[in-house]
Design a binder for this molecule. Structure first.
Ligand SMILES: *[C@@H]1O[C@H](CO)[C@@H](O)[C@H](O)[C@H]1NC(C)=O
Ligand SMILES: *[C@@H]1O[C@H](CO)[C@@H](O)[C@H](O)[C@H]1NC(C)=O
Ligand SMILES: *[C@@H]1O[C@H](CO)[C@@H](O)[C@H](O)[C@H]1NC(C)=O
Length: 721
């Protein structure tokens, strides 16, 4: 290989690695000893893989030890797991890969009964390993060093891809001279290539009995935003295990590669507006007496009346557990939610052509939502008063590494109002009572290749929890022969919007499905109640009114009663109540799930991607708690066929009344791209709420004090006119 090419190829791989991951390692002093580089790691040809580096200023996690039954595996524990797994001959072999190593959470009852100061329940790891093409699900007891459970997967689909899978996939096509030729024929220098590993979904033939992936490429020439320069119609089908190129589809040769002009989004590179724009002056939140939250032992968050356990997870991203709120009357901590997390994402593109039909991503189960969560940028991703939490994850060969600053926690004061009332002159009462709204935010941002998902869990001291998803990043675009809409024949459909010359933003959806194991005042006796608003007609002569709305309560007996499609003209509230507990005046205590702006999947139920993503067929589902039913698309999602989804579980129609129940909520977006989304998208957000309903005896934040100038730093608002 020519020296220059080698250099550029290396730079491309490097770039891709930094695009997809940022795998720093905590292992500065013991790297050699810990990283025994066996041949089965494809990217691991030298002793020290170049991306496993100690991040600057990162915290040292060597001394970490678990303090809580739900604390994630520590570096030391992961090293033990690696040793234990390696002690089994089958898993020492070349070709054995660890797809996932996480804490196997103790049974819920054990966690609920555990108290601070108690001995921790036995620490176990849940390991998904693949050896000779067979998937093994292992339970590893870290203390005894024994593998206590070992099953081979019986569902369709493969485990989450490893980061190493993704890296190999993007470099494997270069082994094919046909591929090289196709690229050169498009007028692209091989040195300028950037390729993406695209999960294939499942359509039947080519995905049968082998792990495959599709690779599509872009040119990096003259821009860092290679996503805007697609080599349209060129798709490489790869065997993910042998890295063999199975097929190269080279269509759309006549489609030009869009120009690099105006695609860069880096502040240092964009052309600064020549017109004078009013720049904002610096802004920041000050907390003169420090933050009001504490994080005990790195995972137990305490703020205002809330307490919850927080941890990073390679698949879900952020997991909130044991969320409890203090009752203002009794001072007792009351259970609200045992576990909440983003269980799966589904992102189908709406273009059935050869190079596009398969783009129907499931970012948690295929790519790892947490694995793709990059270090947050202090002052910009999170405000100055934020606390940062690192993730400790595991490479395919069992080596631990640290993803620094993966989650941030901060208090937000956005100038909003918690509650207020002022008396008007009619009553003449001199009353003006206002309370500022301060909330606590837990944030993560996952960059799944081009797209960025910002996931917030916002807690309010009035008991409300608001999960929120923001979409930003870069569109997945399609090359087009057109530079202006006036060239497009009236009957031609573009599958999207012409965003810039030769660039179409293809229409797509995003669905984020949340798993919410609600524990309203404890795990048992929870029920799901639809409170349906119905139009009631008055009898003739009864009232000057013809109609009014009546709230009709229906307790869901079984799962099918709780398969909910949202309807504006047949509205309901969705309550989770504890049927054993009543408020002072006799209402069942509860929390309600309050949908916000959302979207429903309109794809045909028999469309293969929709079958795999059947968990988006309803916006709300309720299942009985089952520790094996955590992942809405199933345990193994890659090339899954939809035989282990939430829809399949729910159709068993199990009883859900007076039980420990899980509410599943899907937050959806339809996205018809527009020019403002080019070359990078301003954030689009939506959220929903988990809100107390007759849970407290009265307004729980009556006793919070108003702001007073003496408590705040000297800082004057600009004089107003
Ligand atoms: C394809 O091009 C790359 C980059 O120049 C080179 O490293 C590789 O050897 C080429 N592949 C073949 C089969 O020639
Ligand atoms: C509450 O739950 C417990 C345990 O599941 C059950 O034994 C009891 O019957 C339930 N109470 C009511 C009122 O249903
Ligand atoms: C728990 O979930 C697993 C996986 O879906 C299922 O096989 C099992 O039957 C479920 N148990 C119950 C009691 O529903």
């Amino acid at each position: 290989m020519e020296g220059r090419n080698l250099f550029f190829l290396t730079s491309i791989i490097l770039l891709l690695i930094f695009t997809f991951l940022n795998l720093p390692s905590p292992l500065s002093h013991t790297t050699d000893q810990l990283f025994d580089c066996t041949t089965y790691s494809p990217w691991c040809s030298s002793k020290k893989p170049f991306f496993l580096r100690q991040p600057e200023n990162s915290k040292n996690h060597y001394a970490d030890f678990p303090n809580h039954p739900l604390d994630p595996l520590t570096i030391g524990e992961i090293q033990k797991v690696k040793k234990i797994v390696n002690s089994i001959a089958e898993f020492r072999m070349k070709g054995c890969v660890l797809h996932s190593v996480v804490l196997e959470e103790p049974e819920k009852e054990v966690v609920l009964n555990w108290r601070k100061g108690h001995r921790l329940p036995p620490r176990k790891a849940a390991v998904v390993a693949r050896a000779l093409g067979v998937v093994h699900v292992l339970s590893v007891d870290i203390e005894t060093g024994r593998v206590t459970r070992r099953e081979t997967g019986s569902y369709s689909g493969y485990p989450i891809m490893t980061i190493e899978d993704m890296i190999t996939a993007t470099s494997a096509p270069f082994a094919s001279s046909d591929f090289n030729r196709s690229i050169i024929q498009r007028g692209v220098d091989l040195a300028d290539l950037a390729c993406l590993p695209i999960s294939t979904g499942w359509y039947g033939k080519i995905e049968e009995k082998r792990r495959v992936i599709k690779v599509q490429c872009y040119t990096l020439k003259d821009t860092i935003n290679f996503y805007m320069r697609p080599i349209e119609g060129l798709t490489v089908l790869l065997d993910l295990d042998t890295q063999q190129v199975m097929e190269i589809i080279d269509e759309g040769k006549s489609i030009p590669i869009p120009k690099a002009a105006n695609t860069d989004y880096r502040y240092s590179r964009i052309k600064k507006n020549t017109q004078k724009i009013n720049l904002l002056k610096p802004i920041s939140i000050e907390q003169p007496n420090g933050p009001s939250f504490t994080i005990e032992n790195n995972h137990l968050v305490k703020w205002a009346n809330w307490e919850f356990h927080l941890k990073p997870d390679p698949r879900a991203g952020v997991i909130i557990s044991r969320a409890m709120v203090q009752d203002p009357d009794t001072g007792k901590m009351r259970n609200v939610m045992y576990k909440g997390f983003t269980s799966e994402l589904f992102v189908p593109y709406m273009d059935p052509s050869d190079a596009w039909y398969f783009k129907t991503y499931m970012d948690a189960g295929e790519y790892g939502f947490g694995l793709q969560a990059m270090p947050l940028d202090p002052l910009n991703d999170c405000p100055r008063n934020a606390y940062y939490m690192d993730g400790v994850f595991v490479a395919a060969d069992g080596t631990p590494y640290v993803r620094s600053n993966m989650i941030c926690v901060f208090e937000r004061y956005a100038g909003d109002i918690g509650w207020r009332h002022a008396e008007c002159p009619i009553t003449g009462l001199p009353i003006r009572e206002v309370r500022p709204k301060v909330t606590l935010v837990v944030r993560m941002a996952a960059s799944v290749a081009n797209y960025d998902y910002i996931v917030d869990w916002e807690f309010q001291n009035d008991g409300l929890i608001r999960p929120k998803v923001g979409l930003s990043g870069i569109l997945m675009v399609k090359g087009s022969p057109y530079v202006n809409m006036n060239q497009v024949n009236q009957n031609e459909y573009l599958y999207g919007t012409l965003l810039s010359e030769n660039i179409i933003g293809v229409i797509h959806d995003h669905y984020v499905t949340f798993h919410l194991n609600m524990d309203i005042d404890g795990p048992s006796n929870n029920s799901f109640v639809k409170v349906n608003l119905q139009k009631e007609m008055t009898s003739p002569g009864e009232s000057p009114r013809r109609s009014y709305l009546k709230a009709v309560r229906n307790v869901a007996k079984t799962e099918k009663d709780a398969q909910i499609k949202l309807k504006l003209y047949d509205p309901s509230e969705f309550h989770v109540i504890n049927s054993n507990k009543k408020s002072r005046v006799g209402n069942p205590v509860g929390y309600k799930v309050v949908p916000g702006g959302t979207a429903a999947s309109l794809l045909d139920h028999d469309d293969p991607p929709q079958k795999r993503a059947a968990f988006t067929n309803n916006q709300i589902w309720v299942t009985p708690y089952n520790e094996s039913e955590q992942w809405a698309a199933g345990l193994f999602v890659y090339q899954s066929q939809g035989d282990d989804t939430l829809a399949v579980w729910s159709d068993r129609d199990r009883a859900i009344e007076n039980k420990d129940i899980v509410v599943w909520y899907t937050l959806g977006f339809h996205h018809i791209p527009c020019q403002e989304d080019f070359p990078i998208m301003p954030t689009v957000s939506s959220s929903f709420e988990i809100k107390p309903v007759n849970f407290f005896e009265s307004n729980p934040i009556l006793n919070i004090p108003p702001n007073s100038p003496k408590d705040l730093p000297i800082c004057k608002a600009a004089a107003s006119a």
